[in-house]
Each structure stands twice: as C-alpha cells, then as structure tokens.
Design a protein around this ligand. Structure first.
Ligand SMILES: [Zn+2]
Ligand SMILES: [Zn+2]
Length: 175
C-alpha cells in the first residue's frame, strides 16, 4: 500500500497533538520538521523511524512503508516513540535529564507513557516485507525469522547454505 495524503495528514496531526502535550507536560518546544522517508536520514530502509536534533533543529523521519501498511500501530508506537526522543533532547539541553542515560531506559519509558503509549520497547516488529528490497527467511528447524535483502537472497539462490541459522539449520524464504 502506498502512503496517501490522508495518512500524511493524520500523521502530522498526531505530531502536532504530541507537540502540544510536550509543551504542557514538560515546558519544551518540540516542533520537528517531518520527513516521510528514513533513507533521507542515511539509515537502512528497514528502520521504522528516527529522531534527530542538529544545532537545535529537530527533525523526525518516518518509514513510509510501515506507516502506510500499519498506520494505527505506527501512530501509536513509532510516532510517539520518536517524539519522546525529541522531548528528551530538549530536557537534556535544559539539564533536567542527564546526557548519559540509556536512550530507551526508565526516563524514556516514563515520558512515552505520559504521552499515552505503553508500547515502549525499542525493537519494532513490523513486517519487513512491505519494504521494497526486503524478504523474510525462516529457519527450517527452530523457526527463527531473519530479514534478507535482495542481494543476499541472490546468494541464497546460488547456495542454500550461504548463511545458516544460529542453530546451524537451513534458512528458507518464508511465505
Ligand atoms: Zn528509539
Ligand atoms: Zn534455527
């Protein structure tokens, strides 16, 4: 599914709502520039989102494939997650939060929950196959899942044992 203008609008609205909440709860200004692409931030296309502050300017980058395909979860989880990072950057600038905290530790959880989301795990579990160039492989024995990029997939086609599971069994492409 493609990212529609409607979904973009809903996402911007959600960011604005969280900006206001951040101002009232923490007295910080969090009004990021929003990008609907993570590759423009120079990260892997499988990354769900990214929050960045350079010279006081804040930006968020959202993975348009996950956003388009898993909109509700993405708004609840990833948008709030990245906004939490931006609030923490501001609180660190003010000296309210230490610079040396675990980025997804207690402060992170507390602030993200105050924004209304309890899905505070750092690891997302979106289906990676909605991102072009990615496939899912599964272990034939222990069923552990792996994400495989197209160039790796070609190596598997040439040699099914090119890389094995950590349990030493064969990986095959998942349905
Ligand atoms: Zn994070
Ligand atoms: Zn295995």
């Amino acid at each position: 599914m493609e990212l529609t203008d409607d979904i973009k609008k809903i996402t911007i609205k959600k960011v604005r709502k969280l900006s206001k909440l951040a101002e009232s709860l923490y007295d910080v200004r969090v009004r990021p520039k929003i990008h609907f692409s993570v590759e423009s931030a120079g990260v892997k296309p499988s990354v769900a989102g990214l929050a960045r502050q350079i010279n006081n300017v804040q930006e968020v980058f959202f993975n348009k494939y996950y956003l388009a395909n898993f909109t509700e979860r993405f708004l609840y989880r990833t948008v709030t997650h990245e906004m939490t990072h931006l609030i923490i950057y501001r609180l660190q600038d003010k000296g309210i939060i230490s610079d040396n905290i675990d980025p997804h530790g207690d402060d992170f959880r507390r602030i993200m929950e105050s924004l209304g989301s309890t899905d505070t795990s750092a690891k997302n579990n979106y289906d990676i196959t909605v991102v072009p160039g990615y496939r899912r492989y599964i272990c034939t024995h222990c069923k552990k899942m792996y994400s495989v990029r197209d160039h790796q997939h070609r190596k598997f086609l040439a040699n099914p044992f090119w890389v094995k599971c950590e349990c030493n069994s064969q990986l095959i492409e998942a349905e």
